[in-house]
Design a protein around this ligand. Sequence first.
Ligand code: GUN
Ligand code: ZN
Length: 486
Amino acid sequence: RNHVFLGSFIHSSKLDELKYMHQTAVFVDKSGKIAHLEHDCNEGKAKTILQQKLGWDHADTEITSTGEGDFFFPGFIDTHIHAPQYPNAGIFGKTTLLDWLNKYTFPMESSLSDLSKARRVYSQCVRRTLSHGTTTAAYYATIDVAATNLLADLCVSLGQRAFVGRVCMDHEDMCPEYYRDESPDAVMAATHACIDHIRRIDPDYALVSPILTPRFAPSCTPETMTRLGRLAADADLPVQTHISENAAEIALVKHLFPEHATYTDVYDSFRLLGPRTILAHAIHLADAEADLVAARGAKVSHCPCSNSSLGSGEARVRFLLDRGIGVGLGTDVSGGYSPSVLEAARLALLVSRHLAMPHHEAARRHGGGGEEEKDADDDEAERAKLSVEEVLYLATRGGAEVVGLQNRVGAFEVGMEFDAQLVRLGGVPETEQQQEEEQESEDNGPVDIFGWETWEERLAKWVFSGDDRNTKKVWVKGRLVHSRLR
Ligand code: GUN
Ligand code: ZN
């Protein structure tokens, strides 16, 4: 059916600017595309337009209107998440990256070759992220082909847009024997099996696409990276991997690839650094590495929840954005404890503020120096701060750019597909009786709204204290994929 959505729409128009469209009607056709957008519109006018301008049948068109204060927001894009690690969210003890992988991550991932366990974990993961407003996710699966294909099946049936990557890891010394590809040939055969499966279940990649997934440089042999790089170029496939997350990891890459100048150069030399590459973390990149990432048009998934949880560091998002690098947000479950992109946005904002604190050297260019230099350093540090508008951009339009879907999702524009969440920050009761009734009938969620806030203030409240209770409904490609009972 066709669908008309009526009410307030908010999206990012650019990095530091939200656009507010009130009393607006968004007309979504049967294919899930936005066919028309009308400002200053009420239900009567919308009915005329759908019939006379679009030639739609009333009986074949559903109309959804929002309440006062509710708004539609683009669905969130999680540019980096490990579905098989979902059961481990919140569990990391005192480990850091490399021992965390061995102690928690590899055992859990390997256990999902049990398909009934994989089904339980993956369906929970997809449902949970949808309920948090994630309409697109770039997933790492595991090395198991059948379980990876199952994740793709579940994304299609539950209606989440996704990139699904079968994890490649064949380095004998770096991967445990119980969880490792046997050879580069085995890697390529398994990778092709998953690509073929996704093409079979979704021939046009309308919802789910394959993505090449070398786990990270240390876990792959040069032969495997060579062949994956060739496949990426020949078949124009996206790539996702990890880069420069942790000091010990960076030292390991130096040790394993002594002939390469930098970590970034390793990927570049295997042709794994292109405009369709998503690099998770990119915390400790040197200037020359960031310049190379920018020159190749590769993108970065910023995962502040994971980076703080595993003690990896604080990525300098402004430094990346200033170089023209596309940045999105990732939950990196279960390096990150939360499946919520809203939580990632909140933490991105807080981490950027940490970078601006006087004791923090990472954002400052010089140590010592005169007064003038010190002032320049302070200005530079101040610039590190991200605003509410900016983190919401990273969560939507920025993320769309990172996964290469910027022409299809991330905003409400004619020709784009309708991936959206209906957000309610709590009612604005006008009488005491209304307030009592509301408290009985509805879980008002964690945000208190009094009615006199500006829209900018409401969006800030959402970012700082909102959660999935505020995401009432979620649509992907025009299809309702989540609806909260209360
Ligand atoms: N580096 C290699 N594998 C992983 C992983 O599963 N999570 C994170 N955060 N970093 C990695
Ligand atoms: Zn990761």
